[in-house]
Design a protein around this ligand. Structure first.
Ligand SMILES: Cc1cc2nc3c(=O)[nH]c(=O)nc-3n(C[C@H](O)[C@H](O)[C@H](O)COP(=O)(O)O)c2cc1C
Length: 383
């Protein structure tokens, strides 16, 4: 039987952002599933996202969902550019809310990284004559010549049109019941291609100096903020560094964060990488710099951050929050591996505010019957 005093773990302390209150600070990190049909989520998505809501996370952030058809990474990626998609997403948000979690959505446009085969079919660029489509970017520079095709350079007309697509999708997200929206400006996708001096070779007001490279992202952020209700929380996912001495870096991220904050962006989700030219993707296990950046940005800019990257141990998550290293903890693969990670974390941290869903609470929480608990994190606790 567990006789320890219950704690006030910050991980399980509610967090309010605008009109949205998360019951705890654990958030499912957005992870594309490449299982949609015509951009619409399927029964798979209900089961997939439902499991995390039932598993007790404060927010379920659904995968990169594209604001226009040509922005999709693959034919199987989700979208939010028509009414049928809006209705299909409403089933998902209704389920997530009914299970006590907050539904969030990541809006995206893959830009130069669009038109690929699904990951389990090799993640190869899909040629235009084999079911693929032309891609678009800041400049006609492929992210990685050996994988992605040469995109076409966006005209100013394209930029205006795409900005409107982001705004329209955000309005659809609100209609579908999402309470949090995250704009995907990371990983070398469309907006990332404008931010990076490596992929932005433009000579107009969208290229060159930092102010110009940030312009498109800031216009999207401003357009979306103005178009959605005040109570909806709005965040941005950014690659805080691209690990290249001539590329996007922490200093530029800090400046961008300051300007996003002025626009009314509520949090910055600090990821990294994705632009690397001819070097392939930086591996998913390069996380130290993005965690450090989340701390620096939250502390110096005063903008709430989300920390992400290889966070598996609840004590590590708690330490990040306790040290003012972030306000939110995004968990990706650890939740895929164990959708009840929050149960384990609450058990390990002995969190007094944690509650199982009522259907489970009466038996799991039964006094005297807690010997069955086998939290793999317990051993850390007994140190
Ligand atoms: C299967 C899979 C799909 C992903 N899809 C997205 C995505 O749609 N949008 C995004 O910003 N990041 C995506 N990522 C990155 C994750 O959100 C997360 O940042 C990364 O996995 C590191 O966190 P972790 O170590 O907790 O998994 C994906 C990662 C995985 C493993």
């Amino acid at each position: 039987m567990n006789t320890k005093t219950k704690s006030d773990a910050l991980l399980f302390t509610p967090l309010s952002i605008r009109g949205v209150t998360l019951k705890n600070r654990i958030c499912l990190s957005p992870m594309c599933q490449q299982s949609a049909v015509d951009g619409m989520p399927q029964d798979f998505h209900l089961a997939h996202y439902g499991q995390f809501a039932l598993g007790g996370v404060g927010m379920v952030m659904v995968e990169a969902t594209n604001v226009e058809e040509r922005g999709r990474g693959t034919h199987q990626c989700t979208g939010l550019w028509n009414d049928r998609q809006t209705e299909a997403w409403e089933r998902v948000t209704t389920l997530i809310k009914s299970l006590g979690s907050v539904p969030g959505i990541q809006l995206a446009h893959c830009g130069p990284k669009a038109s690929c085969t699904p990951i389990w079919e090799g993640y190869q660029s899909l040629a235009n004559d084999r079911g693929g489509w032309p891609t678009i970017s800041a400049s006609a520079v492929p992210i990685d010549g050996s994988i992605w095709k040469v995109p076409h350079e966006a005209t100013e007309h394209d930029i205006r049109h795409m900005t409107l697509s982001w705004v329209e999708s955000a309005k659809r997200a609100v209609s579908a019941g999402f309470q949090v929206i995250e704009l995907h400006f990371a990983h070398g996708y469309l907006v990332g291609s404008f931010l990076s001096p490596l992929t932005n070779h433009r000579s107009d007001r969208y290229g060159g100096c930092l102010e110009n490279r940030m312009r498109f992202g800031l216009e999207i952020a401003r357009g979306v903020r103005d178009a959605i209700p005040d109570c909806i929380a709005l965040g941005v996912r950014l690659s805080v560094t691209e690990y290249h001495k001539e590329g996007w870096n922490l200093e530029q991220s800090i400046e961008f964060a300051k300007q996003l904050k002025q626009i009314g962006i509520d949090f910055l989700d600090c990821s990294s990488s994705g632009f690397t030219l001819n070097g392939g993707q930086t591996p998913l296990n390069t996380c130290r710099e993005q965690l450090d950046a989340a701390a620096v940005i939250q502390q110096t800019v005063g903008l709430a951050t989300a920390a992400v990257g290889q966070i598996v141990d609840p004590f590590a998550a708690e330490n990040i929050l306790q040290s003012n290293g972030a306000s939110l903890i995004m968990i990706g693969r650890a939740l895929l591996n164990n959708s009840h990670w929050a149960y384990e974390a609450a058990d390990a941290l002995n969190a007094k505010t944690f509650k199982y869903p009522k259907q489970y609470d009466w038996c799991i929480g039964w006094t005297g019957l807690s010997n069955w608990r086998t939290s793999i994190y317990r051993k850390c606790d007994s140190k």
